[in-house]
Design a protein around this ligand. Structure first.
Ligand SMILES: *Cc1c(COP(=O)(O)O)cnc(C)c1O
Length: 395
């Protein structure tokens, strides 16, 4: 067993024999690249000039006053394409170029990772194919249009539930046949090793900036850091530089959908069990026979039945805590942030906000927390509108 591929008992490389060499090649290329100052310079050049980093660590003054503790927002919503996903896509696409690959494939559920990948592919003139469940192609027509405008080919996948889980299986199958000239860009901190490690490294820029920014503002580390968890990429990036700081509490907000007592949620930590999916061992939502269940969340980006293996490890060791947040709690928090600070967060990020506002009530005015605002809510206005009609939020 390749020990470094594991986080405790989680992670690993559960793929066909033909992909083992490919994963080794990627791992070697990645380890070389992140030690090459020229690669790092390029990566940071695009983060600054193209993505618009560094993103602000904004002191949410009115929210802080109302909740009686200092609340800072790490503004990943201000990145080009509207979320944190571009940080990872640019890192992986620069690696693909360095390895001499000509083609890019990706999976997407809601379409956010597909759009980020198609954006990177346009920027670097690479041929790009995105696999997307047929059901999601219908539900996310606007993102399909964006990907096509950017020059990507969107392939609707018809199998299983016709959603993200099936699109990912199809992408892995295609990759096994085409890995010679094709790089698979995974969109979250999931998949076979070394993907969880690579995605963490490319998202770690979030906590590196936030740590320095918080130091400048407060002269100390934050007491608590909170992020939402789908597959776990914005959260592992937000945690990365704080994991070895025992005084900093780490909290992940997972989607409890209609409630973890129902079957309609995506709370793989609260209600899942260790199993194998998409090349990794981790917590998964599954039935008694081990069949992977459909996840539910009002936010498409958290609608995944598993979680990245490092989070499973952080959960078991107690280093991070994972808190389920329902659709209703998230939407209340979304409106609170919108009307208190003038920031419409993505519904995904609103799960972190809900969790944070609950936590704030246990904290003192001298303490501080950072919430990762992983993306903007513009993409969610239709969902928000459907939800709010009749709820009395709108005047
Ligand atoms: C995709 C997405 C997420 C969930 O993915 P992670 O890998 O868990 O970060 C969260 N927020 C936004 C805005 C997203 O687009």
């Amino acid at each position: 067993m390749n020990k470094k591929a594991y986080y405790g008992e989680y992670g690993g490389q559960f793929v066909s024999e033909s992909l083992m060499n490919t994963l080794d090649e990627i791992d070697r290329a990645f380890e070389e690249a992140i030690r090459d100052p020229e690669f790092i310079r390029q990566y940071h050049y695009y983060l600054k000039q193209y993505v618009g980093r560094e993103t602000p660590l904004y002191f949410a003054e009115r929210l802080s006053e109302k909740y009686g503790t200092k609340i800072y927002l790490k503004r990943e919503d201000l990145n080009h394409t509207g979320a944190h996903k571009i940080n990872n896509v640019l890192g992986q696409i620069l690696l693909a170029k360095r390895m001499g690959k000509k083609k890019i494939i990706a999976e997407t559920g809601a379409g956010q990772h597909g759009v980020a990948t198609a954006t990177g592919a346009a920027l670097f003139n690479m041929e790009c194919t995105v696999y997307m469940g047929k059901e999601d192609v219908k539900r996310q027509a606007l993102n399909v249009m964006r990907m096509e405008m950017l020059g990507a080919k969107v392939v609707p996948v018809e199998s299983g539930s016709n959603t993200l889980k099936d699109a990912t299986n199809e992408a892995i199958r295609t990759w096994a046949k085409t890995a010679e000239d094709t790089f698979y860009i995974i969109g979250s901190a999931v998949g076979p090793y070394p993907y969880p490690k690579m995605v963490k490294e490319f998202q770690a820029v979030i906590s590196r900036e936030a740590k320095k920014q918080h130091m400048e503002a407060e002269g100390k580390l934050p007491d608590t850091v909170i992020a939402c968890v789908g597959g776990g990429s914005n959260s592992i990036g937000m945690f990365a530089d704080f994991i070895d700081e025992p005084g900093v509490e780490l909290i992940g907000a997972e989607a409890a959908g209609k409630g973890i007592e129902t079957k309609e949620h995506a709370a793989s930590m609260a209600k899942g069990h260790p199993g194998i999916l998409h090349g990794m061992k981790s917590y998964l939502l599954q039935d008694e026979d081990g069949n992977v269940q459909l996840a539910h969340s009002i936010s498409a980006g958290l609608d995944y039945p598993g979680v990245g293996p490092e989070h499973a490890y952080l959960h078991d060791t107690g280093r991070a805590k994972y808190v389920p947040v329902t659709d209703v709690e998230a939407m209340d928090a979304l409106m609170e942030l919108t009307q208190t600070e003038g920031i419409i967060p993505a519904i995904e990020s609103a799960h972190a906000v809900a969790c944070a506002l609950k936590k704030a009530k246990e904290m003192t005015p001298g303490q501080s927390m950072i919430i990762c605002i992983s993306g903007r809510g513009d993409k969610d206005v239709n969902t928000i509108s459907d939800y709010l009609s009749g709820k009395g939020y709108l005047n």
